[in-house]
Design a protein around this ligand. Structure first.
Ligand SMILES: [Zn+2]
Length: 245
C-alpha cells in the first residue's frame, strides 16, 4: 500500500470533484497536556485494534521551531509509536492510509459492521511538544485581537493539513500577544470562534470519502482509547476539502 496519497481506490475515482471529508478529534480543553507517551499510546492502540495496518508503512513528519521544512521519515508502522516518543521539542505528525475492505481492518465509523462510506480512511495523529505552538486543525484566515478588536489576516505555516499558531505572535495594532481565551479566529466560511475552540496540542484526523453517518465514533473501543488519551473531546469537521497530500 502506498504511503503517499496516490490512491487508486474506486470509490475515490468515482467521487465527482475528488473532494473528501476530514474529521478532527481533539481534546475539549486546548490547554490539557497530551504528552508524547500518551500520543504514542493512542497510535499503538489504533495499530493493536486493527484500525491501522501494522504490516504496512507510515509517514512521520517532524517540524522543529525555526525550521522551514519538516523532516519526513517513512518507516514500518510497528516502529512508529516508538518514533513518536522521539518528538521532543518538535511538532510531530504520523499518518497512514488504509482501506476498510482490507481483511482484519477495523473501521471506527462502521455501524453494525457496515462501513459508510466505503473506501479509504486516512488517519493522522498530530502532537506538539513545542510550547510556543498551538495546532489549528482548520486554518483560519484572520485573527481578531481580544484586546483591541483589530482584525488581521493570517497566513500561518502549514503542518500536515493543519497550521501552527505561534503564541509569540503580536497584534499589529496594540502589540498584545495571543490569548486563546480572548482572541478570535475567522474561518474561510466567515464563522468566527474563540481561538481556544479551534486550537489544540494534539489531534487525530480521519479523512473519509464522504461525511460519515454519525458525528461521534460508533466504535466503543476506539472511542474509549481516544478518550483515555485526550480526555473529553471536541470534533471539528471540514467537508468537501481536497485530500491530504
Ligand atoms: Zn490588538
Amino acid at each position: 500500500m502506498p504511503v503517499r496519497r496516490e490512491r487508486v481506490d474506486p470509490v475515490r475515482d468515482h467521487d465527482e470533484l475528488g473532494l473528501v471529508h476530514r474529521r478532527w478529534i481533539l481534546p475539549d480543553d486546548a490547554q490539557r497536556p497530551v504528552g508524547l507517551t500518551q500520543a504514542a499510546r493512542l497510535w499503538r492502540g489504533l495499530l493493536d485494534l486493527g484500525v491501522l495496518d501494522a504490516r504496512e508503512e507510515v509517514r512521520l513528519e517532524r517540524l522543529r521551531p525555526g525550521a522551514a521544512e519538516p523532516e519526513v521519515l517513512e518507516m514500518p508502522a510497528a516502529a512508529s509509536a516508538g518514533a513518536l516518543l522521539a518528538g521532543s521539542g518538535v511538532a510531530s505528525m504520523v499518518t497512514q492510509v488504509v482501506w476498510v475492505d482490507e481483511e482484519g481492518r477495523r473501521d471506527p465509523y462502521a455501524v453494525e459492521g457496515e462501513s459508510e462510506p466505503e473506501g479509504f480512511r486516512d488517519y493522522a495523529l498530530y502532537v506538539l511538544d513545542a510550547p510556543a505552538w498551538f495546532l489549528l486543525p482548520i486554518p483560519p484566515i484572520a485573527h481578531v485581537c481580544g484586546s483591541c478588536g483589530t482584525r488581521s489576516e493570517l497566513a500561518l505555516p502549514r503542518f500536515g493539513e493543519a497550521v501552527l499558531l505561534d503564541l509569540a505572535r503580536r497584534c499589529p495594532r496594540c502589540g498584545a500577544t495571543v490569548a486563546l481565551d480572548r482572541d478570535k479566529a475567522e474561518l474561510r466560511n466567515g464563522a468566527v470562534f474563540l481561538l481556544e475552540e479551534l486550537a489544540c496540542r494534539a489531534a487525530l484526523s480521519i479523512e473519509l470519502p464522504r461525511e460519515p453517518q454519525s458525528e461521534e465514533l460508533p466504535d466503543a473501543q476506539v472511542a474509549a482509547l481516544v478518550r483515555e488519551v485526550f480526555g473529553g473531546t471536541d470534533e471539528l469537521a471540514d467537508d468537501a476539502v481536497t485530500p491530504s497530500e
